[in-house]
Design a protein around this ligand. Structure first.
Ligand code: 8IG
Length: 269
């Protein structure tokens, strides 16, 4: 794979950014958004699509593992004239392709010029006041993967990783938004009730299988990060009923309109 050692992941990201500029005709992007489950509709609401490119045509992106989920990369222009790169081709850590592949889309976004990285995902909620379909701002993360996208002695500060400035913009759009600490588990299995209680005990409010590693890479690339979780289910053991993937998909579909409008407004600010 082009990202396998001895490749330089940043050179591969630059090649991907050059592909995107060539294929979309957009030289520079200002903001990048990674769409997680439930956030698919946001692209149309963020602005006018300038170009849509199959991710497989961009260096370092591969056919996503998700059934029927053709990974696309879209260039969208907001009413304010901002160029937004919408990445619909996330590689999950649980696919076991290595961290370089997980964070390639973030490094590529930075190489296209984007200074803001918006990471969205579907996740489980630990706070029992939350209900399926609710979007939540990510205030910080706990990385339970025991891995890092950083290689060698690259000591990066992660204070204010989920930029307060961007969270304030989101709160100005929707003051009712709650916030939470996101715990990235390796997955692909969901947590046991005991693991959910552990996440709660260590200060977690959200459990997921993405985002933390991408956020670290975004900070390394000098980007400001904004993270949103769509709570599609209460985490295992928080409510009596067992998790069903169907319920997760359904909750995402129900919430799509509201959260896409929210994301579009925030990106437009
Ligand atoms: N780890 C974890 N990831 C998730 N993704 C979704 I959607 N729901 C969950 C969940 O309950 N736990």
């Amino acid at each position: 794979h082009p990202l396998d050692p001895p490749a330089d992941p940043f050179a591969v990201a630059q090649a991907a950014a050059d592909d995107i500029a060539r294929l979309t005709g957009v030289e520079r992007h200002d903001v990048a958004v990674t769409l997680g489950s439930g956030w698919g509709k946001a692209a149309e609401l963020i602005g006018e699509t300038v170009a849509t490119v199959p991710a497989t045509e961009v260096t370092g992106f591969s056919r996503p593992a998700l059934e029927g989920h053709v990974g696309t990369i879209r260039s969208v222009r907001t009413p304010q004239g901002r160029h937004v790169l919408i990445i619909g081709a996330r590689t999950h850590y649980y696919e076991n392709h290595g961290v370089r592949r997980v964070v390639h889309s973030v490094r590529t976004a930075a190489a296209t010029g984007a200074r803001v990285m918006v990471l969205t995902n579907g996740a489980g909620g630990i706070k029992d006041t939350w209900s399926p379909g609710q979007p939540v701002l990510i205030s910080d993360h706990i990385n339970l993967t025991a891995d890092s996208p950083l290689e060698g002695a690259t000591f990066i500060d992660l204070t204010d990783l989920y930029a307060q400035r961007l969270r304030d913009i989101a709160l100005s759009v929707d003051p009712s938004l709650d916030s939470g600490v996101y715990c990235q588990f390796r997955g692909p299995h969901y947590e046991t009730p005991a693991e959910v209680q552990m996440a709660k005990a260590i200060g977690g409010d959200i459990v997921g299988m993405s985002t933390a590693l991408e956020a670290i890479a975004a900070r390394q690339a000098g980007m400001e990060v904004l993270g949103f979780s769509l709570i599609t289910n209460l985490a295992a053991g928080i409510s009596a009923d067992p998790l069903s993937h169907q319920e997760v998909i359904e909750a995402g579909r129900m919430a799509e309109g509201r959260i896409s409008a929210l994301l579009a407004e925030v990106v437009g600010k």
